[in-house]
Design a protein around this ligand. Structure first.
Ligand code: AMP
Ligand code: TRP
Length: 346
């Protein structure tokens, strides 16, 4: 009862344009972790609405992310796939964390600064409190491991800070309930591999992103083989052949990005790829990358299409996942209410 069992939680926002960065940085790693952990994979629709979403598109994107999880190989029977808004514990715990986290902590969040842009006065309160909801997602299940891309590192540090402050602030109640080592685990981020930060195909210094106005900047999980080929052919490069050692990529962000993508798709590391392609011209390497990307992504794209065509089936999976998630969160939330001093069971 004291130490939480290893448990993985991660989330993806249904904000359209799932791309290769989401796949390599997050979804493909979710698949791998299924063999060693109990996993919850969540379509975080409540996070999505921190910036305006057209309701019809939100529904469509929610099903699309769920379809991507399943098409990539996540088994919704052995593990839990659901959308956040169906499990009220997320919102409830987020409120408590709004009262644990400090304004100073949130003021340091770089993602808020980027997303709010210059017109900060006009950003939603939800966008500001976003990291508290993310901490609630994870800790409502006392999850111990969270696979994400590099851009989420700061949010996961905040999650640890919140867990630690909660454990300290309520230490007496927590110990009295029989948790001598604290109630919430200090969650470990799982950020590793050659593609924790996939960059734009048009600019090797910018992250590949759902919201980049140029569709050529990213490979979408809905792109067909011809589109993938065209985008990789048009990807920005430099005139030099590929180096033979990883050190030679340090000042070549576009080359480093393509090599990293290749390595991640091949399940290899960067030195192994350079061992094979060091000295090659980009024309050769890009063709190899096209072939590999199409081989790996096409089956997923096809399966996603098939799944999205049957929304009833996906909605059933999400409802079943939400039932099981609710059951996992219920005893944890009952303890949280006791710890905080709320009267009644909720
Ligand atoms: P989001 O689309 O912001 O909900 O991101 C979903 C997951 O994809 C998170 O774990 C992100 O860290 C990851 N991710 C998003 N963009 C990239 C990228 N360009 N490279 C690697 N991982 C990414
Ligand atoms: N903030 C994450 C992103 O934009 C998505 C997310 C929400 C998440 N809740 C989470 C990721 C909990 C991991 C764990 O990518």
């Amino acid at each position: 009862m004291t130490k939480p069992a290893p448990r993985v939680f991660s989330g993806v926002q249904p904000t359209g344009n799932l791309h290769l960065g989401n796949y390599l940085g997050a979804i493909s790693r979710f698949v791998t972790l299924q063999d060693s952990y109990e996993c919850l994979y969540c379509v975080v629709d409540m996070h999505a609405i921190t910036v305006w979403q057209e309701p019809r598109e939100l529904r469509q994107s929610t099903r699309e992310v769920a379809a991507a999880f399943i098409a990539a190989g996540i088994d919704p029977k052995r593990h839990i796939v659901f959308n956040q808004s169906q499990v009220a514990a997320h919102a409830e715990l987020a409120w408590i964390f709004n009262c644990v986290a400090r304004l100073g902590w949130l003021n340091r969040m770089t993602q808020f600064k980027e997303k709010a842009g210059k017109d900060r006065e006009n950003a939603s309160v939800g966008l500001y409190a976003y990291p508290n909801l993310m901490a609630a997602d994870i800790l409502a299940y006392r999850a111990t491991h969270v696979p994400v891309g590099e851009d989420q590192k700061q949010h996961l540090e905040l999650t640890r800070d919140i867990a630690q402050k909660f454990n300290n602030d309520f230490a007496e109640e927590i110990a009295a309930l029989g948790y001598p080592d604290g109630f919430f685990p200090l969650t470990e981020p799982l950020i590793s591999g050659p593609a924790t930060r996939v960059m734009s195909l048009r600019d090797g210094t910018k992250k590949m992103s759902k919201s980049d106005p140029s569709d050529l900047s990213r490979i979408n999980l809905t792109d067909d083989a011809d589109t993938i080929a065209r985008k990789i052919r048009k990807a920005k490069t430099d005139p030099e052949p590929l180096p033979t050692e990883a050190k030679g990529l340090e000042t070549r962000p576009e080359a480093a990005n393509l090599v990293g993508i290749y390595a991640a798709l091949a399940g290899a590391d960067v030195p192994a790829v350079l061992n094979q392609y060091g000295g090659a011209q980009f024309s050769i390497f890009k063709q190899a990358l096209i072939d590999l990307a199409v081989e790996k992504l096409s089956p997923i794209t096809g399966e996603m299409k098939r799944l999205v065509a049957d929304p009833g089936h996906i909605d059933g999976i999400l409802a079943d996942g939400a039932d099981r998630a609710r059951a996992l969160a219920a005893p944890i939330m009952a303890d949280v209410r006791k710890i905080v001093g709320f009267v009644g069971g909720g």
